[in-house]
Design a binder for this molecule. Structure first.
Ligand SMILES: *Cc1c(COP(=O)(O)O)cnc(C)c1O
Length: 231
């Protein structure tokens, strides 16, 4: 087995163990292989393994890889990084899900771009749950209004859940508290708006076991699959 396949298998085992410790079902957790800075060969290899999508954080880099990747039609691509409005048209051409929607303006531009090409787009709302000034994402307080606006006005977007990236440097207790807050926020938003938000995209290489213990349904893994990054 290749290193990449091995690494994905071992992430899967670690997810299962973390889930079992909390009486949860680890096979309910999807793995997104985050492929920023990785080569086409590495991406092809990950795409053949137990991952539901490839994740890129920049539209420009994703576009430059798109034509070379033979598996592009077999595995969905998710945008996990911040999206600028002037890149929306291109983003809609290649991504099946944008995990980083964090403003009504961005949602509206995405909706119009989808309408123009006659397609639907999955979205997650990015929440800055740690209130980190260096991170993107809507505040806890603004989430409900954002979600409500999208339901009412963006008929081409399928709102599937929430995503977060935690601040760096938290210990286990702080990490788990914020992941638990995400789950509670999801539950509250579901009941207040009467909708279903099944996807909770949280957990990266350094913290995905804690995320799984707190109810993550989707982990975004880069370095634990592909090795350390230079940039
Ligand atoms: C890079 C990135 C990841 C993966 O990070 P690793 O620590 O390498 O697993 C996950 N989510 C987002 C938004 C990223 O930019």
């Amino acid at each position: 087995m290749s290193t990449i396949a091995d690494n994905i298998a071992s992430v899967r085992v670690r997810i299962a163990r973390a889930a079992t410790r909390c009486g949860l079902e680890g096979d309910r957790v999807d793995i997104v292989a985050v492929t920023k800075t990785r080569s086409i060969d590495e991406m092809e290899e990950a795409a053949r393994c137990d991952v539901i999508a490839l994740g890129e954080n920049r539209v420009q880099e994703a576009l430059s890889k798109w034509d070379s990747l033979a598996s592009r039609s077999r595995i969905p691509w998710h945008l996990v990084g911040h999206l600028q409005k002037n890149k929306v048209k291109k983003a809609v051409e290649i991504f099946s899900c944008v995990q980083s929607v964090d403003s009504p303006e961005l949602a509206s531009v995405l909706d119009k771009a989808c309408a123009a090409v006659g397609r639907r787009l999955g979205i997650l709302l990015e929440v800055n749950i740690g209130e980190d000034p260096g991170k993107f994402g809507v505040s806890r307080a603004a989430l409900e209004i954002l979600a409500e606006g999208i339901l009412q006005e963006c008929s081409n977007l399928d709102l599937k859940g929430l995503m977060t990236v935690l601040p760096l440097g938290l210990d286990e207790r702080g990490t788990r508290m914020l992941f638990a807050s995400m789950r509670e926020l999801r539950d509250e938003t579901e009941s207040r708006l009467g909708l279903s938000l099944p996807v909770l995209s949280m957990g990266m290489s350094g913290d995905f076991e804690y995320a799984v213990m707190e109810g993550s349904t989707m982990v975004r893994i880069g370095s634990a699959i592909f090795g350390g990054r230079i940039n």
